[in-house]
Design a protein around this ligand. Structure first.
Ligand code: G4P
Length: 193
């Protein structure tokens, strides 16, 4: 998606350790008009899929998913990062080990909001090693629901997350895929798509 690539080039900041800061339009200050255009694009890309719910994970995914959901006219459920899991059977739970954040989270979704009837579009801001998306897919599978696809704003194509998901047959639509980036020059190379 050219609009997003141009915005990353203009306002993204490449940090050491292969981290891209996009705080000025995505992760802290948020450009809602851009999110809206992203929603329009995912709606076009997933037009053939019977999506009835969007699933994301807190924190940064929520705002994007909420704007995107207006294009699909479906509810958004966000998985919560829990301090401790109360194993009372009312929640689907999984563990997400984030390489990026160097921590492990318990992640939960109430059984009230995911069922075997659901056809889910997963939305998130970044795809790096894919631990967050793997966790969300685990929750969807626990509920017996169907993963219709994964929509990612920015995929770091030099990390393994996207390839692993696509190799499993999951449809991943990333609106910008970064092939490489250089913290010393600030240069960002996008994958042609
Ligand atoms: P991982 O397996 O390497 O941990 O990566 P994953 O694809 O699961 O992404 C994990 C989290 O790291 C995501 O946050 C994502 O937003 C963030 N992240 C990964 N790479 C970058 C990057 O280059 N820049 C920025 N700004 N964030 C990155 P999350 O779990 O959805 O939570 P939150 O950070 O939104 O609260």
């Amino acid at each position: 998606m050219k609009l997003l690539e141009e915005r990353i080039r203009k306002d993204g900041v490449v940090k050491e350790g292969n981290i891209l800061k996009v705080d000025s339009f995505l992760n802290h200050q948020m450009d809602v008009a851009l999110f809206n255009a992203m929603g329009e694009e995912w709606k076009r890309l997933f037009a053939d899929r019977p999506i009835n719910k969007i699933l994301t994970i807190e924190a940064s995914g929520i705002a994007i998913a909420a704007i995107v959901a207006q294009h699909f006219n479906v509810p958004v459920v966000f998985a919560k990062k829990a301090q401790s899991v109360n194993l009372d059977g009312e929640m689907y739970t999984t563990k997400i080990e984030s390489f990026t954040h160097k921590r492990t989270y318990d992640v939960i979704v109430s059984k009230k909001f995911l069922s075997s009837e659901d056809h889910i579009l997963v939305i998130d801001d970044f795809l790096a090693n894919g631990c967050a998306v793997d966790g969300l897919i685990d929750l969807i599978q626990s509920a017996g629901a169907t993963v219709e696809g994964v929509g990612i704003a920015i995929e770091k194509g030099f990390q393994t997350g996207g390839k692993v998901l696509r190799d499993k047959g999951i449809r991943v639509e990333s609106l910008a895929i970064i092939e490489s980036m250089d913290a010393s020059t600030g240069e960002i190379v996008f994958r042609e798509q």
